[in-house]
Design a protein around this ligand. Structure first.
Ligand SMILES: C[S@@+](CC[C@H](N)C(=O)[O-])C[C@H]1O[C@@H](n2cnc3c(N)ncnc32)[C@H](O)[C@@H]1O
Length: 209
């Protein structure tokens, strides 16, 4: 057992206390918009788990499963779950999802795609585990978007717009990267009819099986 936690712990802690707090309205808007009222939802790269948690909260007929490769993120997700029985978190690489074909009715991924080293494998795996007609929503922040006041929870003036925009420049996707991700989705089993929309300050791909 190491004396000090590894670097990934500090990254996960910073995410839990930063974005995991001030993006709460965004997580709620996304969870409500993807509109799963019944069935199973997969959250790919769930991090501290908030989209899965909000998607399952108050929806007794929904089972939300969040997967992530980072054990520290999953520990925070487990804390944030607060005992809700219809949310589960699993350590799993989205390039090798353990669930059988057609397990999920919908899937979502928020601010994770910019980390994916093999997006083609992830689109193929999510396609495999989605039921016929199921939709995979892939969200990434657009660095050129305005900061909508109601999508960010602020304490006093923090975080200011300039801080938020810097985060999107570092951790979102500009038009070129977004176009490249979309091309991968179009070449995947979902393609070629991939929806490309805006939702709040995000772009999202809408990939229907
Ligand atoms: C910036 S965090 C976003 C977390 C959460 N979706 C949110 O919006 O708060 C991105 C997460 O994607 C996870 N991730 C990256 N590649 C992954 C993969 N191949 N399979 C599963 N999770 C992955 C990372 O470990 C990280 O926790």
């Amino acid at each position: 057992m190491p004396l000090l936690p590894d670097r990934r712990f500090w990254t996960a802690l910073a995410y839990q206390m930063g974005p995991g707090r001030y993006y709460q309205p965004a997580y709620r808007f996304i969870a409500n918009d993807i509109a799963v009222e019944r069935g199973a939802l997969l959250d790919v790269g769930t991090g501290p788990g908030w989209v899965a948690i909000h998607a399952a909260s108050g929806r007794a007929d929904v089972d939300a499963v969040g997967i992530d490769t980072c054990p520290h993120m999953l520990e925070f997700a487990e804390q944030n779950r607060q005992g809700r029985l219809n949310v589960t978190f699993r350590k799993m690489d989205a390039t090798r999802i353990v669930y059988p074909e057609r397990t999920f009715d919908a899937a979502v991924s928020v601010q994770s795609a910019h980390h994916w080293s093999d997006p083609a494998a992830i689109f193929a795996e999510v396609y495999r585990v989605l039921a016929e007609g199921g939709v995979f929503y892939v969200y990434e922040a657009d660095p050129d978007a305005e900061v909508p006041p109601d999508w960010i929870a602020r304490i006093g003036a923090f975080p200011p717009d300039a801080f938020i925009k810097r985060q999107w420049e570092r951790f979102g996707m500009d038009a070129a990267r977004w176009g490249a991700l979309r091309a991968v989705a179009e070449a995947s089993p979902f393609g070629p009819d991939i929806g490309d929309e805006r939702h709040g300050f995000y772009r999202r791909l809408v990939c229907t099986r």
